[in-house]
Design a binder for this molecule. Structure first.
Ligand code: ATP
Ligand code: MG
Length: 291
């Protein structure tokens, strides 16, 4: 699959209306996509083992989307083969009072994955330039100084903070990939209706989701700005079609596998001292008297 099709090059304009939400590349049905996803899941397990052993790089995957676009399912399926010890998932919800008592990047910084780990942000610091931008009244809960609260360039400056923070991360060993799961308004409606109609999906539905849907166009505009302003060579955005869940999962898995493959991961090489220790330990074990 040509994943470059989904990557937003640094400095390019984003017009979401021109990105097809129901695109499925050469796949005509789910069957083949599910088989290919499984191959990527297996490959991911192997690559993650080396990432963990090498303990040098970090991979941070950021998922953003409108409600019911399939973030949870994509994370669940793509990461299904990964050793849970090497993976850290965090879902960012409405900020707690402790979080509101700090700047908006604090909770993200606090939840960054360590070296050798794959970290997954299910929503992220981008909420600050999405939901908070759509509802600027949320800013007042943040106890910001007046010169920030009243700054007409507040969003422009927030984009810069985000670019700078991500640059800091990438220059210190954390590889960042950002996914926008691009679902259509019609498909979201169908998924909401099935959350209402199917009893075991009822828990996923909240009235707030329907209210946010009312701000669809504002969200699209904010996503376009956020992606344009923060997609960089080292920390790119991918706009992934999300009307067909099986395609979203396959595309995400393909992007993650290709990223890990490009990182030139290697198992650590042993020092001569360590090799000598292994031989010594072997000798000791073999010379033990039988129990
Ligand atoms: P699902 O797609 O399954 O509904 P979700 O990620 O929407 O999952 P929810 O618990 O439904 O999870 O919603 C989390 C809510 O928290 C979202 O509406 C999101 O916009 C909101 N949120 C996240 N970060 C912030 C923030 N910094 N300020 C205000 N609201 C936020
Ligand atoms: Mg929700």
């Amino acid at each position: 699959m040509n994943i470059e099709k989904f990557r937003i090059a640094e400095g390019s304009k984003v017009d979401l209306a021109s990105h097809r939400t129901d695109f499925t590349a050469d796949y005509t049905d789910k069957q083949q996509a599910v088989e290919d996803l499984q191959k990527n899941v297996d490959r991911l397990r192997t690559l993650q083992d080396v990432l963990y052993a090498e303990n040098k790089h970090t991979l941070l995957l950021i998922f953003q989307a409108m409600d019911a676009a399939g973030k949870d399912g994509a994370i669940e399926h793509v990461m299904s083969g990964v050793n849970p010890q090497g993976c850290h998932v965090i879902s960012f919800k409405q900020p707690s009072s402790e979080e509101l008592d700090h700047d908006y990047l604090w909770r993200c910084q606090k939840n960054l994955p360590g070296r050798g780990m794959i970290g997954i942000f299910n929503r992220s610091h981008y909420e600050e330039v999405l939901v908070v931008r759509v509802h600027p009244e949320y800013l007042k809960y943040q106890q910001l100084p007046d010169f920030t609260l009243n700054d007409k360039d507040i969003w422009k400056k927030r984009f810069k903070h985000i670019r700078d923070w991500e640059q800091h991360l990438t220059e210190n060993g954390t590889h960042v990939i950002k996914f926008f799961l691009n679902v259509s308004k019609d498909e979201q409606k169908a998924r909401f209706l099935s959350r209402i109609e199917e009893e075991d999906k009822n828990w996923k539905f909240s009235m707030g989701d329907v209210k946010e849907r009312g701000h669809w166009d504002d969200y699209m505009k904010c996503y376009e700005d956020a992606i344009e302003e923060t997609s960089t060579e080292r920390s790119p955005w991918y706009i992934v079609p999300a009307d067909k869940k099986w395609f979203t999962r396959l595309a995400v898995s393909e992007i993650v596998v290709k990223k890990l493959e490009s990182m030139d991961l290697k198992y650590p090489t042993l020092t001569d001292e360590h090799k000598a220790e292994l031989l010594e330990a072997k000798k000791m074990l073999e010379s033990e008297a039988p129990a």
